[in-house]
Design a protein around this ligand. Structure first.
Ligand SMILES: [Fe+2]
Length: 301
């Protein structure tokens, strides 16, 4: 049993806050929680913030925030990973306030970003419910499943998988080892879930790149909102990394668009939820059952 509850937030270091505000709200459908000249907090639901953008030059992920249900579970977890020689530091009050959480700890990922472990997220006032500026449906799939998933690139794949499973306690959902989709590329990815069961909150694969984040996936409640977001991207001429398609493992129908920071945002619908009591780990040989064409990506470059 994983003690981690869900991916509660991400922190991104971005160079162009204005471009991100437009992309996040008018294209993806998120809502601005607060904005100043150094940061932009985005909402997906009743939480005060789910995606925190901090102004910088990296255009990459700086932290993944993993949620725990109670202080006791958080503290037990920190004690356990410390016993496995993971260096964990307690976040100061200012960092906790900026993350809009009660308390947090953090450790470094072998690939150069931070994992934060927290409990007690802040909720927005009931008078300010989540309202997407552009979505047709009710919004994003969050709650106990967290915000979606991230796929950071592993420069040392075996060490990274070991760190995520044996030290941080993620559970393996499945594997995709695909040598067909991309000519000359042996795609090898491992997918991980937590105890609340989103098919994967984290996945990793090796790629020859200096960026940590390959993509971040956000899930919408209404399949129409995948298509409508896709149309908004096309209308705006945004680079589509992969057109609409279907993954065999999480059953998500999605497309991938380039964000203003270069990494992709996957907009999807239909992710399955894992019941660990009945789950069987599989090894898939295709990244996509259908679609996810890269033709559009090539023509956009
Ligand atoms: Fe994904």
């Amino acid at each position: 049993m994983s003690e981690l509850s869900s991916l509660g937030y991400v922190v991104l270091n971005v160079s162009d806050l204005d471009a991100w505000e437009h992309f996040a709200t008018n294209i993806i459908g998120l809502m601005v929680g607060r904005r100043d000249d150094r940061s932009l907090a985005l909402r997906m639901d009743e939480y005060a913030q789910r995606i925190l953008l901090e102004k910088g030059t990296a255009d990459d992920i700086s932290a993944a925030g993993w949620q725990f249900d109670t202080a006791r579970e958080l503290e037990q977890y920190v004690a356990r990973i410390r016993s496995l020689d993971v260096e964990v530091v307690e976040g100061d009050a200012q960092t906790a306030k900026g993350r809009r959480v009660e308390k947090l700890f953090s450790c470094d990922d072998p690939n150069g970003f931070r994992h934060e472990f927290f409990f007690g997220p802040s909720y927005a006032p009931i008078s300010s419910p989540f309202r997407s500026p552009v979505m047709k449906g009710s919004g994003f799939v969050t709650g106990r499943q967290g915000i979606g998933h991230i796929l950071p690139i592993a420069q040392n794949y075996e060490e990274t998988v070991d760190f995520y499973t044996r030290k941080l306690g993620f559970l393996v959902s499945d594997y995709i080892r695909d040598s067909e989709t991309l000519p000359g590329v042996d795609f090898d990815a491992t997918f991980f879930h937590t105890r609340t069961g989103r098919h994967h909150s984290l996945a990793t694969a090796y790629a020859p790149t200096s960026k940590h984040l390959n993509h971040m996936m956000l899930e919408v409640t209404d399949l129409n909102d995948v298509g409508l977001a896709y149309d908004r991207c096309i209308k705006e001429g945004l680079p589509i990394y992969m057109g609409i398609g279907h993954h065999p493992n999480d059953h998500v129908i999605s497309f991938y668009v380039q964000s203003p920071s270069g990494f992709a945002v996957e907009c999807g619908h239909g992710s399955i939820v894992i019941d660990d009591a009945a789950w069987e780990v599989k090894n898939y040989s295709q990244m996509s059952d259908w679609g996810h064409s890269r033709t559009l990506a090539r023509s956009a470059r």
